[in-house]
Each structure stands twice: as structure tokens, then as C-alpha cells.
Design a protein around this ligand. Structure first.
Ligand code: CMC
Length: 442
């Protein structure tokens, strides 16, 4: 058994001393301090020195990497990208500026912004042959299934950006992924409803072009609603990055083996799909529809609190936020504005959501477990008002998160301390035992 004595302070040079009670041996483990937030205990020498691994299923207390991109203070409900608050970024920037910030470390000046937009938009089109991939899917395929397949397939088309050792090729692959994701997601939607694919329009901004490719048709002009486009742009900013979440960690892990960026992002998309992660926005809408009306909310909350029911309040709770998710605060505010603009009066699902939130926030069960609304609680209501089908919600998340994934992937490749990701385990299966030939097995 080991006991860890806490670091006397979290300054550089501080250590945590681990005492093995069985042998009396002591080991000083260095404490590394970040800019803000908890310091970390560097356990890289632990196994060599003691023969022990650490055990942390779900990585609840494990830092997997060093990063300069995103900072979250879950207790205070703070989210910063490269030091800028999510509130400032959503209020004052557009998505392309935030992409530049995440990818290159700084907000662009006007000239850099124009160049970056030009660099990205010149990659919005897909190789024409990729359109044939779509016809291989059933019309009712989930857009996330299509995204996983088509994004993975990009590596079969863009051979000139697969060399991960070459910074120029890495940047081209990054631009390609950011630029092509909306095209692919919009095509997945068009295919599902049997409408012709719309080629991207590079005179429109990122969100406008996505709306155009999704809702436009070749036989008549499409007028972008600026309120809707700005709201979608904000939603993209809110989803752009979120530190070492499950899908980002997947992208890093896949990339740590040297896999190409298109394959890594496809792995991230697959991870995002789950209802505990990006799939929650779709799950929230299904939940609200199932509840049906405001008066059924108390009954539903009762079921959530009954562990035998196995029902979760989707859009509530977060591994890191033990306070209101700052992204949910922004969305909640915008939700009413967008619904008003779109003439959606008395949206019953919004009424149910507000009632759910009101009751849950007063309830001891949720208070004790520090469960608050997260980003997905309100996003689906806005997407629905914008006319996106429920199945597209997680695809919208994937479009926005691509820049975060690719920024984290680039950071990992450039990190000299990076190694192939290879967790260890606590083995609890049988010890070595004699082999029994087939004819002697009971
Ligand atoms: N509804 C009811 N109870 C919950 C919920 C919920 N949404 N979330 C957590 N709990 C309870 C859970 O049952 C447990 O209770 P107890 O201690 O009595 O066993 C306690 O809270 C801790 O839960 P946990 O599962 O250990 O917490 P976690 O950090 O592993 O899970 C989570 C985080 C986000 C997966 C979880 O809160 C959840 O399933 N939420 C609903 C899905 C959701 O909205 N996901 C979107 C996350 S934000 C967007 C994104 O990052 O993708």
C-alpha cells in the first residue's frame, strides 16, 4: 500500500512524496505547475522506480498531455481559448477568427484574417469522385455514419497532405478538414432527402455557406437569414474546442501512432457520436419530445432520480463542469432571440426545457451531484428552429469541433515529448494455466 503526502505547495520544484507502506521505500515525484488550474504530479518514473502503475478508469484525475489551447475551470464555469473567454469570443469574433486562434495561437489581424479565410475557403470543394461515396449509403443512413466514412475516405484522395512530418502538409490537411466538413455534412443531409448536392459558395462566410449548401436548391436563389447565420456561427464557436474530452483524446491517441489526419478526425467523429458526448444534443430533443408537455416534467424528474429506471436527464451534467456550463449560458440567451426571429412562438419543447431546468436546479439530487445544464441542453432547440432534422445535430457539432481536433492534433505532433499513447491496465483475468486439448475440455 502506498500513501502520497500532498505537495507542500504547487510551485515548480515541489514534489509529492510517495511512501510504499509495504517496503518503507519513498519516492519523490515532481509537481509540474501550469499557467492556471491544478498542478500535476509527474508519474512517468513511477513504474520504473516502484513497479506500480496508476489506476484511473475514465481518466478522472489524469492529465494525458500538455496543452496551450484551451483551459476549463469546472468549478467556476470558466472556458478560455488561448486565454480568451468564451463569452468574449462569441460576442466579438466570428468562427473563422476563432479557428485562426485555435490553430495558430493568436487572434488574426484584419490582413491575417482575410488571408486565413482565403486559404480555408479555397478547399471547400470535394474531389468530384467523393460524391459517389454518398450513393453507396442507404438514404436513411445517420449523418454521423456518413461523416465517419467519408472523412476517413479523404485520406484516399489527398495524398499530398498525408506526410505528418511536413508542417506545410499538416497545415494543408488542416485547412482541408475545416473547409470540407460543412460540405460533407450538407451533402449527407441532401442525400437523405433526395435533393441535389449544392456546391459550396466561397463568397459566403463559413456559416452562411453551410446554410446555403444545406437548405438551398439549384432551381431558385437562397437568401441567407443573417440572424440565423450569426446564431449558427456562434454555435460553431461554442463547440469549437473543449480541452481533452473523449473525441479530442481519441484524435490525439489515433494521431500518436502516426496515423494520417483524415483517419484521426474520422476516429474523433466516431467518438463524438455517443450520447454521453456530442450525441447528447440529439438525445435531448428526443427526451423533450418523449416528455411531451410541461406538466409531465415532475414525473420525468422522478424517473431520472430512480436509479432502477436507468434514465438520465440528457443535456445535464459534465465531467469537468460542476457549475453552469458557460456555453449553455450563452446558448440559453440566444435561444429566445433566434426563436423570435424565426417566428417560433411558444415552442413547446423550449417550454419543457425551461421547466426541466427550473425543477432540476431546485432539486437536491441534482444539487448534491453538481449537475447543471450543459451546452447540449439548448442547442438542439435552436437547431430545430433552424429546420435542421434531429439526426443532423451531432453532425453540426462535428463540423464545429473539427478545428479543435485538428489544432490539438497539430499541437501533439509538434510536442517533442509526445509518444505513442499506450495506457496500461489492472489485469484481473486468470493467471497462467495448463492448456487443455479440445477432446479433454468439459
Ligand atoms: N442525469 C441524472 N443523473 C446524472 C446525470 C444526468 N444527466 N449525469 C450524472 N448523473 C449522476 C450519476 O448517476 C451519478 O450519480 P451517483 O453518484 O448517485 O451514482 C453522478 O451523477 C455522477 O455521474 P457520472 O456518470 O459518474 O459522471 P461522469 O462525469 O462520468 O459523466 C456525463 C458525465 C456528461 C457523461 C454525464 O453527466 C451524463 O451522462 N450526462 C448526460 C449526457 C450529456 O448531456 N452529455 C453531454 C456532455 S456536454 C457536451 C460534450 O462534451 O459532448
Amino acid at each position: 500500500m502506498t500513501q502520497a503526502s500532498p505537495a507542500p505547495n504547487a510551485a515548480a520544484g515541489a514534489t509529492v512524496t510517495l511512501t510504499d507502506n509495504a517496503t518503507g521505500k519513498k519516492l519523490d515525484l515532481p509537481v509540474i505547475k501550469g499557467t492556471v488550474g491544478p498542478s500535476v504530479v509527474d508519474i512517468r518514473k513511477l513504474y520504473g522506480a516502484t513497479g506500480y502503475f496508476t489506476f484511473d478508469p475514465g481518466y478522472t484525475a489524469t492529465g494525458s498531455c500538455e496543452s496551450k489551447i484551451t483551459y476549463i475551470d469546472g468549478d467556476q464555469g470558466i472556458l478560455l481559448h488561448r486565454g480568451y473567454s468564451i463569452e468574449d469570443l462569441t460576442e466579438h469574433c466570428d468562427f473563422m477568427e476563432v479557428c485562426h486562434l485555435l490553430l495558430k495561437g493568436e487572434l488574426p489581424n484584419a490582413q491575417q484574417k482575410a488571408k486565413f479565410e482565403d486559404d480555408v475557403t479555397r478547399h471547400t470543394m470535394l474531389h468530384e469522385q467523393i460524391s459517389r461515396f454518398f450513393t453507396g449509403f442507404r438514404r436513411d443512413a445517420h449523418p454521423m455514419a456518413v461523416l465517419c466514412g467519408v472523412v476517413g475516405a479523404l485520406s484516399a484522395f489527398y495524398h499530398d497532405s498525408l506526410n505528418i512530418e511536413d508542417p506545410h502538409q499538416r497545415m494543408i490537411a488542416s485547412y482541408r478538414l475545416i473547409a470540407k466538413m460543412p460540405t460533407i455534412a450538407a451533402m449527407a443531409y441532401k442525400y437523405s432527402i433526395g435533393q441535389p448536392f449544392m456546391y459550396p459558395r466561397n463568397d459566403l462566410n463559413y456559416a452562411e455557406n453551410f446554410l446555403y449548401m444545406t437548405f438551398g436548391v439549384p432551381c431558385e436563389p437562397y437568401k441567407v437569414n443573417p440572424v440565423v447565420a450569426r446564431a449558427l456561427d456562434k454555435l460553431f464557436i461554442l463547440h469549437a474546442d473543449h480541452e481533452q474530452n473523449a473525441s479530442t483524446s481519441t484524435v490525439r491517441l489515433a494521431g500518436s501512432s502516426g496515423a494520417n489526419p483524415f483517419a484521426c478526425i474520422a476516429a474523433g467523429i466516431a467518438t463524438l457520436w455517443g450520447p454521453a458526448h456530442g450525441g447528447a444534443n440529439e438525445a435531448v430533443l428526443k427526451m423533450l419530445a418523449e416528455i411531451g408537455s410541461k406538466d409531465k416534467v415532475p414525473e420525468f424528474i422522478k424517473r431520472v432520480k430512480d436509479k432502477n429506471e436507468g434514465v438520465r436527464l440528457m443535456g445535464f451534467g459534465h465531467r469537468v463542469y460542476k457549475n453552469y456550463d458557460p456555453r449553455a449560458t450563452v446558448i440559453r440567451k440566444d435561444c429566445h432571440e433566434v426563436l423570435n426571429e424565426l417566428g417560433v412562438k411558444n415552442e413547446p419543447l423550449l417550454e419543457i426545457a425551461i421547466e426541466l431546468e427550473r425543477i432540476a436546479l431546485q432539486d437536491e439530487y441534482f444539487a448534491q451531484r453538481k449537475l447543471f445544464p450543459n451546452v447540449d441542453f439548448y442547442s438542439g432547440i435552436i437547431y430545430k428552429a433552424m429546420n435542421f432534422p434531429t439526426a443532423m445535430f451531432t453532425a453540426l457539432f462535428a463540423v464545429a469541433r473539427t478545428v479543435g481536433w485538428i489544432a490539438q492534433w497539430n499541437e501533439m505532433i509538434e510536442d517533442p515529448s509526445q509518444k505513442i499513447g499506450r495506457p496500461r491496465q489492472l489485469y484481473t483475468g486468470p493467471d497462467r494455466r495448463p492448456f487443455v486439448p479440445l477432446h479433454k475440455r468439459a
